[in-house]
Write a protein that binds this ligand. Structure first.
Ligand SMILES: Nc1ncnc2c1ncn2[C@@H]1O[C@H](COP(=O)(O)OP(=O)(O)OP(=O)(O)O)[C@@H](O)[C@H]1O
Length: 226
């Protein structure tokens, strides 16, 4: 079986910084993979390349057997909206929108009408334990509440892959583990794939597999050879 996500020889430079030099990684459908490594080693850049947020300078990214790093911006945006859910360290919620609207918007981008999207958003907020925050804006939420809203937003579209960049990094350890538990519980229930960046060993231990980035290099044994 070919992997769901596959990076081969990916390199990315920002100005004079070589963020990634040679990253190769294969992820199977339904796997929960932690990307760990020292600060500045290129973890987030790798996640952003896999999630089609950043285009690599060299190398290839394949998703579902199709090469996706060469798609144009519109096609990559469509892929992100249709197949991916993304959780950032600080939530990345839109400050002007309420919690409910933040979640509903991701569904509306996919064509769900407003009433249905709002109802689904309220349901997801309930599921992650912040149903009573639906009418609040991100500035009125605690860090843990905001991150639960971000998790609801990422899960609401039922994506095939959830990318999470230090999703618990801004939270205390108990809240962080609760938020991670919600994210992984919902993902595993649906057989979704999760790619999680973390520098925290305790968080990485929740994954099926951990890959380490060092100085922009990742070497990973393809799933078929393990
Ligand atoms: N948009 C950017 N512009 C300029 N430099 C960047 C950009 N993104 C990343 N870098 C640089 O690339 C290198 C790798 O960054 P990256 O964020 O991928 O590392 P990381 O392993 O996720 O780090 P951390 O654990 O500290 O978040 C760093 O030196 C960083 O400063």
């Amino acid at each position: 079986m070919s992997p769901l996500l596959h990076a081969r020889g990916v390199a990315k430079t920002f100005g004079r910084t070589r963020a990634l030099r040679d990253a190769s990684l294969s992820i199977d459908a339904g796997e929960v993979v932690a990307i760990s490594g020292p600060s500045g080693s290129g973890k987030s850049t790798l996640l952003h390349c896999l999630a089609e947020i950043v285009v690599p300078d060299e190398g290839e990214i394949h998703y579902g057997g199709t090469r996706v790093d060469e798609l144009d911006e519109d096609a990559r945006t469509r892929l992100r909206r249709e197949a991916f859910g993304i959780v950032f360290q600080f939530g990345g919620l839109v400050p002007e929108l309420t919690a409910e609207e933040n979640v509903a918007v991701s569904l509306m981008f996919r064509g769900t009408d407003r009433a249905e999207a709002s109802a689904a958003a309220r349901e997801w907020l309930e599921r992650v334990g912040v149903g009573d925050c639906a009418a609040l804006r991100p500035g009125e939420l605690s860090g843990g509440q905001a991150q639960r809203v971000a998790v609801a937003r990422a899960l609401a579209t039922e994506p095939a892959v959830i990318f999470a960049d230090e999703p618990t990094g801004a939270l205390d350890s108990v809240t962080g583990e609760e938020v991670l538990g919600l994210l992984l519980g919902a993902a595993r229930e649906r057989g979704a794939t999760v790619v999680l960046v973390t520098h925290d060993n305790r968080i990485a231990a929740y994954a099926d597999r951990e890959v380490v980035v060092r100085d922009g290099v990742v070497s990973d044994v393809p799933a078929v050879a393990r």
